[in-house]
Design a binder for this molecule. Sequence first.
Ligand code: S3P
Length: 175
Amino acid sequence: MAVTVILIGFMGAGKTAVGKKLSNELGFSFMDADFAVEKEMGMTIAEAFEQKGEGGFRKAEAAVTLKLLDEAATVRGGSVISLGGGAVTIEPVFERLKREPLVIFLDEDADAAFSRAHNGARPLAANRQKFRLLFYERKNLYQGAARFIVDTRGKGIDEVVAEIQGLLKQRADPG
Ligand code: S3P
């Protein structure tokens, strides 16, 4: 059976950077949902929000994310998927995540996340106050969808990747 490691968490939590490095270490393929949505829509996320509204973006994100999860199940050797920060707000995606065994929530601090995410490319990371509100609104969803929570506060990518590898090893070989 294909192993699929799914990274969830807020914007700026490091899902893409961690996912890339983790997939390298494991020899797994890497899929990034934001990248796949941009490819599918033929525009950047900022353009999608502007031209189609958040609803239009979420519709595409839902379809692409569910497709990626289906595809991952058939990838030989396994894969790591980094989801968009809002994927958990999409009901069918949330329900699907609850059935997946390796959903990992990268739990970052709101201010550290904001300084990484606030780079002009993310429409929902333009304003610190709004970002913080959304961060706390979403927390329960991440916790509800995840099997594992990795506290990434103050940690570098290598440390987070090593921790996830430890989790996976422990799960594969609990003794
Ligand atoms: C979003 C997160 C972004 C991207 C879009 C909306 C969100 O993904 O999908 O800007 O609603 O949290 P990252 O978490 O990869 O930045």
